[in-house]
Design a protein around this ligand. Structure first.
Ligand code: IPE
Ligand code: IPE
Ligand code: MG
Length: 270
C-alpha cells in the first residue's frame, strides 16, 4: 500500500498566530508527530499521589496536543498509550488504564468530531477487554469520514510484535499464492504493518527524559527526528509541542544523502 499523499492540512488562523509568535512557517512543521507519553507515574509520585493519578492527569496533555495539532494543521499524531510490555504492571494499574481509555474514547468522541479528527488504533486487539475494543470501534466508525488530523492510538502495541505479525500475514499470503516472494520489498512489507498507508513519523517526541525507544514504531522511525524532553507527560502542553517543532525545523534531514548546501555547491566526484 502506498503512503498517504493527500495535500497538507490547513493551519487555522489561531495556529498561524502561534506559528508567527514562534517564528515558524506551516511548511516547516512535521506532518506526522509520534509521542512516547512517559512520566505519568513519576508525576504522581513526586506529589505523593498513587501512580494512577498521573495517568488521569495525562489525559489533559492528550487533549492539549490534539487541540494544538489540529490548530497547526498536523496530518497525523500517533500516541503510545500502552505497550505489550506494560502488561507486566500491577493489575490494579492496568484496570485503571483500561477504564481511562474507555472513558476517553466515549467522552472525547464529540470533541473529536468537532475537531474533524479521524481516530485509529494500532496494536494487538487480542488481549484488550471487549468493552475497550467496542468503544474504539464506535469512535473509529464515527470519525472515519473526518478529513482533518489522524489521531492514532497505539494500545497493546509493540514494534517487534507488529513486525512479527506482519511477517506472519505475508508468509500466509505467499503460501496461498497471493504474493510472489520476488515482489517482497520495503513498500510491500510496510503494507502489512498496522500503519499501512500512513507516512512515517517526521518527529518522535519522548517525555520524561529516557533516551530509549521502548519498542515503539521500530520499522517506521528509521529516519525520524528524535526529540527528548525532561518534562513529564502530565505537564506537557501545546507550547512544548511548538518547542519540539521549532527544534525540528532547525534540523537538516539528509536521509543518508548530503546536505542541500553541499549539493548546491557541487561536490567533488569520487
Ligand atoms: C507512561 O507513564 C504511561 C504508560 C506507560 C502507560 P509511566 O506510567 O511509564 O510513568 P513513569 O515512567 O513510571 O513515570
Ligand atoms: C513506554 O513507556 C510505553 C508508553 C509510553 C506507553 P514505559 O514507561 O513503558 O517505558 P520503559 O519501561 O521506561 O522503557
Ligand atoms: Mg514510564
Amino acid at each position: 500500500m502506498r503512503a498517504e499523499t493527500r495535500p497538507p492540512l490547513k493551519t487555522t488562523e489561531e495556529g498561524m498566530a502561534r506559528l508567527d509568535a514562534w517564528g515558524l512557517k506551516p511548511e516547516q512543521l512535521p506532518r506526522h508527530v509520534a509521542i512516547i507519553m512517559d512520566g505519568n507515574g513519576r508525576w504522581a509520585q513526586h506529589r505523593g499521589f498513587p501512580r494512577i493519578v498521573g495517568h488521569r492527569r495525562g489525559i489533559q496533555s492528550v487533549r492539549a496536543v490534539v487541540e494544538e495539532g489540529c490548530r497547526l494543521g498536523l496530518e497525523q499524531l500517533t500516541l503510545y498509550c500502552l505497550s505489550v510490555e506494560n502488561w507486566k504492571r500491577p493489575p490494579r494499574e492496568l484496570r485503571f488504564l483500561m477504564r481511562l481509555l474507555r472513558h476517553f474514547l466515549s467522552v472525547e468522541r464529540a470533541e473529536l468530531m468537532d475537531q474533524n479528527v479521524q481516530l485509529r488504533m494500532i496494536g494487538r486487539r487480542e488481549g484488550l477487554p471487549d468493552e475497550v475494543l467496542a468503544e474504539f470501534d464506535r469512535t473509529a466508525a464515527a470519525t472515519a469520514g473526518n478529513t482533518g488530523m489522524t489521531l492514532r492510538l497505539a494500545v497493546n502495541y509493540g514494534g517487534r510484535t507488529e513486525i512479527a505479525d506482519a511477517a506472519k500475514r505475508l508468509a500466509e499470503d505467499v503460501r496461498d499464492g497471493k504474493v510472489d516472494p520476488s515482489r517482497v520489498d520495503e513498500a510491500l512489507f510496510a503494507g502489512y504493518l498496522d500503519t499501512a498507508g500512513a507516512s512515517d513519523p517526521d518527529l518522535l517526541i519522548r517525555t520524561a527524559g529516557e533516551m530509549r525507544i521502548s519498542n515503539f514504531l521500530l520499522w517506521q522511525i528509521s529516519y525520524t527526528e528524535l526529540w527528548v524532553t525532561p518534562t513529564l507527560w502530565p505537564d506537557f502542553r501545546g507550547a512544548d509541542l511548538l518547542q519540539a517543532c521549532t527544534d525540528y525545523a532547525a534540523r537538516e534531514r539528509k536521509f543518508g544523502g548530503l546536505p542541500a548546501s553541499a549539493l548546491a555547491a557541487g561536490t567533488p566526484a569520487g
